[in-house]
Design a protein. Structure first.
Length: 347
């Protein structure tokens, strides 16, 4: 709260490149949508990677850690006026009503709120963007709250098609609670699509308690193998790695503290696959036509689907495609799978 509310006023204030890494070029439809977003919203963007999944028309999307609202306003255009985007953020602003700074990492909700915050930056530009997009009524909303406690913000079970997150789960002390809440609010077949920072090993207490490294998204980074175990515990399908990029610190003092640990910015997708979904391997054919991915859909690091081509998939991917919003985009039938096993993000 303190680091993002006080010390960072724009993306150039970051001391490392951990929160500004992108591993994939932007599709034209996304580049065009970014051009419509207010300058102040873009300048206060601290995300890592691209969190724009495919097949978004009319979807309900929840953005965890929405900050100034850049990703929400981007997705607002892609879901269309019939879709909806909710952003939730806990970041405090620049002026505290209490003289004491909050504990960091945060362990509880603050007892007083500032006179301005990231959520207010996002809210004040709603009318501007709706007029820019040509919408008759807003399809975005911004809430102040904690991603570990979405119920406190009034978010009910099975209410969203997609949950996204852009470089903020590392800032949450309880990663399991974040994934558990995301799983709860997702509809059956829903997806969590998120970018974050991961470490090649579990971090020492010295690193974890370093204030700047925490604010720069490194000290709270999850050991990448732990993501797989937490996802399984919560009930998600095994994580699908989309992209991964090494992070270079570029700061000698911070590099000395980190030592031999390596970090990556990675995008994963998790699915809430209902029980009784597809039980075995299959063969799928992409019908084509998803906006921005008409000829080819790069689903993750293992599966690329080209229009009209038969692709063997394992039971997990068959179940994902059959139960999710992608079901109508594919012809799916039983078959033999020879897809490669998913590899970890740091491999």
């Amino acid at each position: 709260q303190d680091y993002y509310g006080k010390e960072l006023q724009k993306s150039e204030d970051l001391k490392t490149n951990a929160c500004i890494t992108s591993a994939r070029p932007l599709p034209k439809v996304v580049r065009d949508a970014l051009e419509n977003i207010h300058e102040e919203v873009v300048s206060r963007y601290y995300g890592c990677g691209l969190v724009v999944p495919e097949c978004l028309s009319s979807c309900r999307i929840l953005d965890l850690g929405s900050g100034s609202g850049r990703d929400c306003y981007l997705l607002s255009q892609l879901v269309g006026e019939q879709g909806h985007v909710t952003g939730i953020d806990m970041t405090e602003g620049q002026v505290w009503h209490s003289s004491a700074a909050p504990p960091h990492p945060p362990t509880s909700s603050p007892t007083s709120f500032p006179s301005s915050c990231q959520v207010e930056v996002a809210k004040k530009h709603i009318a501007y963007h709706m007029e820019k997009f040509g919408y008759q009524k807003p399809n975005v909303e911004f809430l102040h709250g904690y991603m570990e406690k979405l119920g406190d913000a009034g978010l009910v079970d099975e209410s969203y098609d997609i949950v996204i997150s852009n470089c903020v789960i590392n800032l949450a002390p309880d990663k399991r609670a974040v994934l558990q809440e995301a799983f709860r609010v997702l509809k059956p077949g829903g997806e969590m699509y998120f970018s974050d920072v991961y470490a090649s090993q579990r971090l020492s207490e010295t690193i974890r308690k370093h204030r700047v490294l925490w604010g720069e998204c490194l000290a709270g980074a999850l050991y990448w193998r732990d993501l797989y175990s937490i996802a399984e515990e919560v009930g998600f399908s095994p994580p699908c790695l989309v992209t991964a990029s090494p992070i270079t610190i570029g700061n000698k003092e911070l590099e000395g503290i980190i030592g031999d640990c390596r970090f990556v910015s990675a995008t994963f997708r998790l699915f809430k696959v209902p029980g009784g979904s597809w039980a075995g391997p299959g063969q799928v054919i992409y019908n084509g036509g998803i906006v921005g991915h008409e000829r080819e859909l790069v689903f993750d690091a293992n599966f690329i689907f080209k229009e009209g081509e038969v692709v063997d998939v394992d039971a997990e991917m068959a179940a994902i495609l059959q139960s999710s919003r992608f079901a109508e985009e594919f012809l799916i039938q039983a078959g033999e799978a020879n897809a490669a096993a998913l590899q970890g993000c740091c491999c």
